[in-house]
Design a binder for this molecule. Sequence first.
Ligand SMILES: NC(=O)c1ccc[n+]([C@@H]2O[C@H](COP(=O)([O-])OP(=O)(O)OC[C@H]3O[C@@H](n4cnc5c(N)ncnc54)[C@H](OP(=O)(O)O)[C@@H]3O)[C@@H](O)[C@H]2O)c1
Length: 299
Amino acid sequence: MTADILLTGAQGQLGWELQRRALAAGLTVDASDREDLDITDAGSVRARLAAVRPALVVNAAAYTAVDKAESDREAAFAVNRDGPANLARACAEHGIPLIHVSTDYVFDGSRPGAYGEDDPVAPLGVYGSSKFAGEEAVRAACPQHVILRTAWVYGVHGHNFVKTMLRLGRERDSLRVVDDQHGCPTFAGDLADAVLEIAARLRTGDVPAEGWGTFHCTGSGHTSWCGFAREIFGQVASRGDRVPEVQGIASSDYPTPARRPANSVLDCSRLAHVYGIRLRDWRPALAEMLDATLAQNGD
Ligand SMILES: NC(=O)c1ccc[n+]([C@@H]2O[C@H](COP(=O)([O-])OP(=O)(O)OC[C@H]3O[C@@H](n4cnc5c(N)ncnc54)[C@H](OP(=O)(O)O)[C@@H]3O)[C@@H](O)[C@H]2O)c1
C-alpha cells in the first residue's frame, strides 16, 4: 500500500476537513482515527508507516479538552507529547516529512500585540504544556517537520464554540460571554487548505528556503469570545432567525478549571512570507461555516 498522506485524527474537526478536501483534490489518504491508529502506541505507529509508506504524515490527532486536561494530565501528555514523538521518530526513520498542529495556548497572553513564532512560550495550563512538549518532541526527532500553531478552531464537523452558541441561542434570550480573552477564530476548512498546500510543496520536494520549522496559521483578524459570539448572531440575524442578546463579561465571572491567555493573537506573517499562504478574514470564513451548518441543520 502507498498513500500521498497518512492522516491521524481523521474524525476531528481538522481531520474531517483534511480528509474531504484531500480526496476532492485527488490525493490518496490513509485516514485513521483513534480506533484505527492510536498515536500513543509506538509499535502501531511504526507498523502503520511501514505498511502504508506515505509521502508524508499529517497529525491532526490531539487531546483538545482544555478544562478536562487539568485533572487528566497523564492522558493529555500521552496524546499531545508522546503521540507526536512516536510519529516524529517513525517519520525520521522513513525519511518523510511530518506536518504537526499545535496551539496558541503555548503562550500566557501577557504580550501586548500579536505573538511571533519566536516569542517565549509559557503555557498557563496542562493542555498548552502538553502541546508544547509535543512541539519539542517533533523538533527533536524529525528534522523534516512543519509545526502549525493555530487557534480557536471551528468546523462543520465536531464540537466547537460556534455550535455551542447556536444551541444556546435557541434555548435562551440572553447570553453572557467572556470579553477579555482575545484570539483569532480559524475555520477548520481554511486551515485544512493551508495544510494541503504545504503538503503539496513538501511531497514534491518544492520546499522553500526556511520552509521547515514552526509557523503560525490562523484566520486573519482577531476578536474576543464575546465579539465572536456577536458576529455569529449578527450573521444568523441577517438570515432572518431570532437571536439572543449578548452581554460581555470578565473571565473572572466565568471561572473554568484551566486558565486561558488574555491575548493569544498570532502573527501569521512568516507563513505568508515563506509559503505565500494567508488565511482569509475570520468573518467570511464564519459565513461559509454557518451556511454549511445551518443548511444541514446539524448544529
Ligand atoms: N479546537 C481548537 O480550538 C484548537 C485550537 C488551537 C489548536 N488546536 C489544535 O488543532 C488540531 C486539531 O484540533 P481539532 O479541533 O480538529 O481537534 P478535535 O476535533 O478534538 O479532534 C482531535 C481528534 O484526535 C483524535 N484522537 C484523540 N486521541 C487520539 C489518539 N490517541 N490517537 C489517535 N487519535 C486521537 C480524537 O478522537 P476522539 O474523539 O476519539 O478522542 C479526535 O478525532 C489539534 O492539534 C489541536 O491541538 C485546536
